[in-house]
Design a binder for this molecule. Sequence first.
Ligand code: RFL
Ligand code: PHB
Length: 391
Amino acid sequence: MRTTVGIIGAGPAGLLLARLLHRAGIESVVLEARDRAYVEQRQRAGVLEQGTVDVLRAAGAGARMDREGLRHDGIELRFDRRRHRVDFPGLTGGRSVMVYAQTEVCKDLIALQLAGGGPLLFGAEAVAVEDVDTPSPRIRFRHQGREDVLECDYVAGCDGFWGVSRPTLPAGVGQVFERTYPFGWLGILADVPPSHDELVYARHERGFALLSMRTPAVSRLYLQVPEGTKAEEWSDEEIWRELELRFETADGWTLRRGPVTQKSVTPMRSYVHEPMRYGRLFLAGDAAHIVPPTGAKGLNLAVGDVVVLARALAHEKETGSAELLDAYSATCLRRVWQAERFSYDMTTLLHRAPDATAFEDRLQLARLERIISSRAAETDLAEAYTGFPLA
Ligand code: RFL
Ligand code: PHB
């Protein structure tokens, strides 16, 4: 098999890249290890930045998002049993975010790809990426019990943190910047209308909690839990009780309970691989970088990367110049590091480390007080949350 761009992974990065390339008249083939149902049901991100929304619309993938997505003009910060709303449009000159689940973004992009894009193979696991430092790289993959080869001009490694692309880089190529956290998130999906119409980020002595949503009838909630916790260790009753404690306010706010339909634990990590390119292999999305979910940036970064990559490939096709491809890594990393910084700040602002001292507790509260009492500090948060320019 032969194509121009071999794309490994049908997460948001790989699917959107295929779509953008198709619209630029560039051929691609997408290889996805898992089956379609798995990709469409894997619960993950929920918040799309304004820039991501604009890109999806321009790519022709915005119709259902515009019908069913929920526009959010703010978030609530909750601490000390008090509530503070951050007004995004008021602070940023009109910007907002969209709550529309990653599962739905993937469903929309898969439907478009299958209806009129290039090949998208499910159950096709890339096992090796070869010759990326030559003009004709190859992807070896397994599909329907057979070994096959995809020959291409470029390889896009969109295969997430655990994929094969990054590990195929020769030892000594590049540098890793990493930080792990001594806690994770226990996330639940519940069949109950969200208890608040905007996301609530709660800082509590018992740990962080987040109220989010999927639809007007489905809530998504998270609890900070110790590293290594298994979801089964928590009964539904214990989860609701703990959420109530952490969200409690002085004004009598109440949390609505409902049947829990899904439960899982996510570890937290900050990670960047530099550079994001080696020869004709371009890493995009989680394959190149991870942020802790507190800043809601992972999916949005993946979108930013593939916009830059698609533009660079189109530029090369039109002008013969590799100038933008050569700048790919540096262009993406500027935005990546801003998201790393913000996600780290939000995480340390709101979570309670197991070894936190009384001094650090007071500092956290002082940082929160600063945000709610200074328009400059609050604007800083609102600008970062609604998104940095796409490049
Ligand atoms: P993905 O989504 O991991 O997709 C990679 C795909 O590659 C496939 N794959 C392979 N295919 C073929 N051959 C191989 N050898 C392969 N190895 C892997 C995998 O099966 C998979 O389908 O990466 P991508 O596209 O870079 O997208 C990144 C996002 O998924 C991720 O950053 C976000 O989900 C992060 N994230 C959030 N991001 C946001 O922007 N806003 C949020 O509100 C938000 N919340 C979250 C999150 C992530 C979470 N978890 C579970 C990590 C909340 C959570 C709980
Ligand atoms: C989600 O809805 O899954 C979600 C929302 C905001 C975050 C992280 C996850 O910061």
